[in-house]
Design a protein around this ligand. Structure first.
Ligand code: FAD
Ligand code: SF4
Length: 470
C-alpha cells in the first residue's frame, strides 16, 4: 500500500472479550505493517511533524531507519530525546501533536507516528538489550554535582534521565511505594502494560539514576532540607493528584469515589482481587461523572472489575467531550452507556449511608463559554433520578498542596500551580525547579516530559554558572 494510501489500522482485542480482561487492548503493528506504514512517510526536509513534538524527536530520521529495517537504529534516534518511547507510543495524543502537523494529514491520513514509535521501542526491547543504556555520560566530571528530583512521573523521569546522560548524579524521591506517577496509578494496564512501564523505568535507572520510594517530600524532609543536605538543585515534579469534586449534597456517602481514588485502588492496590487487603464493593451500576480521559479510564476499569452497567454522566454534549476520540469509541464499543446533557445536583443515600442514586437535571447547550465550548444550561423543572450503587467523580485534578505549603518562598498560582520561569523551569527559589502537572495542572505525558527537558537544561545551566563550569 504505502505512499498515498490510507494509514494502517491498529489491530485490537475484540471489544466484548477485552471488556472482561486487563490485557492490552491495542495489539501493535506487525513488522510488515510497520514497514508499510513507514513507507507512507515522505521524509519532508522541513520536518513539520517535529515542531508538533514537545520533546523534538527527529521523526523523519527514525522513520527513514525503519524503512531500512534498522529498528534498533530507529529506537536509538527516538531515545536521544525521549527516554520513554514505548510509553509515549501508547498513550500520547499524537493526533494533537506530531500527527497534526504531518503534511499527509492535510488531504488524507497522517503517518501513524505513535504506532511506529511503539513498534521501534518494542522491537528493540524484544531483540536487544533495550531496557539497559550503554552509554558514557557526556561530562563525567559533573558527577560531583547532585540533583534531587521529587516525583517519579514522566516529568521527574525525564529530568533525571537527561541530567544523568549529561553526567550529573541524580536521585529521585517518590512518595508512593512504586514508580511512574500517573503512568502507574492512573492509566490502566489495558492501555499501558506494567511490563512496558517497568522496562522504561529500568532504562532510566540504567542511566545511573537512583530512586527511593516511600519518601514524601514535605513530610519525610522538606525541599530546603535537600538543598542543605548538599544537593545542588532540586526539581519538583509532584504532579496533580488532588481531585476536583462536585461539591453537591451527599458527596461523602460511601460508594462515591474520585477518579484518582478509584483508579489507584484498582491499578496500584488491586482492590478488585480478593487476595489483596483493600477491597472495593463489587458494583452493579457505576455512574462516572465527567467525560475526559480519566473518566473513560474509570468506565472501562469498572467494566473490567465486573460492573453490570456503566454510565457516563456528562453535562454537555458529545462534541464537547474532552477525552480522545479513540478512547470514547473504545468505551462505547465495550458497552459504556452515555447519558449526555445531564448534571447531577444531589446524591441520594440508603439507611446505611451508601449511595443508591443521584438526582440530576436535564441540560441544554447555550452560548460558548471561555473554553470555547457551548455552555450547559439547566432546563427548569427537569429533575430526575438515576439509580446506581457506585459513583466515580472524574472532573480532573489540581496540584497536591503539600510541597506548596511546606516550602517557604515558593510562589504559586491561586489554584496551586507552581510558578516558574518558562525558559529555565526555575521557581521563585534559586536552585529549585519545577515542571509537569505540578506547574500546569493536569495535562499530558509528553507535555510533562517536554517540561522535564526544559528544566534539565535549566538545571545544567544553573549549576554550570554557579560553579563557573564552561
Ligand atoms: P505525575 O505523573 O502525577 O507524577 C508525579 C509523581 O510525584 C507521583 O508519582 C507522585 O506520587 C509523586 N509525588 C507527589 N507528591 C510528592 C511528594 N511530596 N514527595 C515525593 N513524591 C511526590 N496523558 C497522556 O498524554 N495520555 C493519556 O492517555 C493520559 N491518560 C491519563 C489518565 C488518567 C487517569 C490521568 C489521571 C491522567 C492521564 N494523562 C494522560 C495525564 C498524564 O498522565 C499527566 O499529565 C502526567 O502523568 C503528568 O506527569 P508528572 O510527572 O507531572 O506527574
Ligand atoms: Fe513524514 Fe509526515 Fe513528518 Fe513529512 S510530516 S516527515 S510525511 S511524518
Amino acid at each position: 500500500m504505502a505512499k498515498g494510501g490510507p494509514r494502517n489500522s491498529m489491530p485490537q482485542q475484540d471489544a466484548a472479550a477485552r471488556a472482561k480482561n486487563f490485557d492490552e487492548v491495542a495489539l501493535g503493528y506487525s513488522e510488515a505493517t510497520a514497514l508499510d506504514e513507514a513507507e507512507r512517510c515522505l521524509n519532508c526536509k522541513t520536518k513539520p511533524c517535529v515542531q508538533g513534538c514537545p520533546v523534538n524527536i527527529d521523526i523523519p530520521a527514525f522513520v527513514d531507519l525503519m524503512k531500512q529495517k534498522d529498528f534498533a537504529g530507529a529506537a536509538n534516534v527516538i531515545k536521544k530525546t525521549n527516554s520513554l518511547p514505548a510509553i509515549c507510543g501508547r498513550v500520547c495524543p499524537q493526533e494533537n501533536q506530531c500527527e497534526k502537523f504531518c503534511v499527509l494529514g492535510k488531504k488524507g491520513d497522517a503517518v501513524a507516528v505513535g504506532r511506529l514509535e511503539r513498534f521501534a521501542a518494542d522491537w528493540q526491547a524484544a531483540n536487544s538489550n533495550g531496557s539497559k543504556a550503554s552509554f558514557k555520560p557526556e561530562h563525567s566530571e559533573l558527577a560531583n554535582y547532585k540533583v534531587a528530583v521529587v516525583g517519579s512521573g514522566p516529568a521527574g523521569l525525564t529530568v533525571a534521565g537527561d541530567l544523568a546522560k549529561i553526567g550529573y548524579t541524580v536521585t529521585i524521591f517518590e512518595a508512593l511505594h512504586k514508580t511512574g506517577g500517573v503512568l502507574r496509578y492512573g492509566i490502566p494496564e489495558f492501555r499501558l502494560p506494567r511490563t512496558i512501564l517497568d522496562r522504561e523505568v529500568e532504562y532510566v535507572k540504567s542511566l545511573g539514576v537512583t530512586i527511593f520510594t516511600d519518601i514524601i517530600v514535605g513530610r519525610t524532609f522538606k525541599v530546603e532540607d535537600l538543598l542543605e543536605q548538599g544537593f545542588d538543585a532540586v526539581f519538583v515534579g509532584s504532579g496533580a493528584g488532588a481531585p476536583k469534586m462536585l461539591g453537591i449534597p451527599g458527596e461523602n456517602l460511601s460508594g462515591i469515589y474520585s477518579g484518582n481514588e478509584w483508579l489507584t485502588r484498582i491499578n496500584l492496590m488491586r482492590a478488585h482481587r480478593r487476595e489483596y487487603a483493600t477491597p472495593i464493593r463489587m458494583p452493579k451500576h457505576v455512574c462516572v461523572v465527567g467525560a475526559g480521559n480519566t473518566a473513560m479510564d474509570c468506565t472501562r476499569t469498572a467494566l473490567r472489575v465486573g460492573a453490570e452497567k456503566v454510565t457516563i454522566v456528562y453535562r454537555r454534549g458529545r462534541e464537547e467531550m474532552p477525552a480522545r476520540g479513540e478512547e470514547i469509541e473504545n468505551a462505547e464499543h465495550e458497552g459504556v452507556v452515555f447519558k449526555l446533557l445531564t448534571n447531577p445536583v444531589k446524591f441520594i443515600g440508603d439507611e446505611k449511608g451508601a449511595v443508591k442514586g443521584m438526582e440530576c437535571l436535564q441540560m441544554e447547550l447555550g452560548e460558548p463559554d471561555a473554553s470555547g465550548r457551548r455552555r450547559p444550561v439547566a432546563v427548569q423543572g427537569s429533575e430526575f433520578e438515576i439509580e446506581c450503587d457506585t459513583v466515580i467523580v472524574a472532573l480532573g485534578q489540581n496540584p497536591n498542596p503539600l510541597i506548596r505549603t511546606t516550602t517557604d518562598g515558593l510562589t504559586c498560582q491561586s489554584w496551586g500551580g507552581i510558578c516558574i520561569n518558562e525558559e529555565t523551569g526555575m521557581t521563585s527559589i534559586p536552585g529549585v525547579f519545577a515542571g509537569g502537572d505540578a506547574v500546569t495542572g493536569e495535562a499530558t505525558v509528553i507535555s510533562a516530559m517536554g517540561a522535564g527537558k526544559v528544566a534539565a537544561a535549566g538545571i545544567d545551566g544553573y549549576i554550570r554558572e554557579k560553579h563557573g563550569i564552561s
